[in-house]
Design a binder for this molecule. Structure first.
Ligand code: C5P
Length: 221
């Protein structure tokens, strides 16, 4: 990657899961290591972009020369994204929790002997990718979403791309037998309105490099 190609461009990357509290000691969340998002943020940085990485809770070291903003919930992730616009490029890799508990408890919920398990009313979280693509005050020129699918990968992802109005969607197969989720490798297809490009199985870092090359081409045509 040329270290000059994206000089003067600002990039926003979301990565990792969000955790939605149930009470002070419990949460619901998604499986996500954050590896693919961190790798993309590093590749964009290496190509000269000014990168802000909005990260949910992960066990990765903060990369150098990237502004890392740590958040926990989907609402915090949305607020952090809004606070860092405008940008030229947004790459939304985070595994955002679709729902949160409507009224989480400020005190630990007790187990109570022979008491029935608690039930929770859920509410839908904001869709950060759809917001940045459709409702942000200044839409990034290029918005890239991710789609983790277990079946009918390309069809589901193309529907998702159109519904959320992002420019590209990067599809990956998260069936447990692929060992992609949480692993060091990925295999993806990038869908746009004009076609698809398959990237064969490679390290998440190499997938980040190839995606960054495609982003450089996008800005240089
Ligand atoms: O709808 P689904 O969760 O499968 O869409 C995945 C894409 O949407 C990812 O890019 C993810 O980061 C983004 N997303 C989001 N906010 C949500 C849900 C998903 O930004 N609440």
């Amino acid at each position: 990657l040329s270290s000059q190609a994206l000089i003067g461009k600002k990039a926003l990357v979301t990565a990792g899961p969000t955790y939605e509290p149930i009470d002070p000691v419990r949460f619901i969340g998604n499986y996500s290591s954050g590896r693919q998002g961190y790798a993309i943020a590093e590749c964009l940085r290496d190509a000269g972009a000014e990168v802000t990485l909005i990260s949910g809770p992960v066990a990765l070291d903060a990369p150098t020369n990237i502004k890392v903003v740590s958040v926990t919930t989907a609402q915090e992730m949305l607020d952090a994204c809004a606070a860092h616009l405008p940008v030229d490029i947004a790459v939304m890799t985070a595994a955002v929790s679709d729902w949160r508990v409507k009224d989480f408890s400020n005190v630990k919920i007790k187990k109570g002997e022979n008491a029935p398990p608690p039930t929770f009313e859920m509410v839908t979280n904001p869709d950060i990718l759809a917001w940045i693509s459709q409702d942000a005050p200044i839409r990034p020129q290029l918005v890239v979403g991710f789609a983790a699918e277990t079946n009918d990968l390309l069809d589901n992802a193309q529907v998702k791309r159109k519904r959320k109005n992002c420019d590209w969607i990067v599809v990956n197969d998260v069936n447990p037998n692929t060992k992609i989720m949480g692993g060091v490798e990925n295999e993806v297809t990038i869908l746009s309105s004009s076609g698809k490009q398959h990237l064969k199985r490679a390290s998440k870092k190499d997938i980040g490099r190839l995606l960054t090359q495609k982003i450089i081409q996008f800005f240089n045509v």
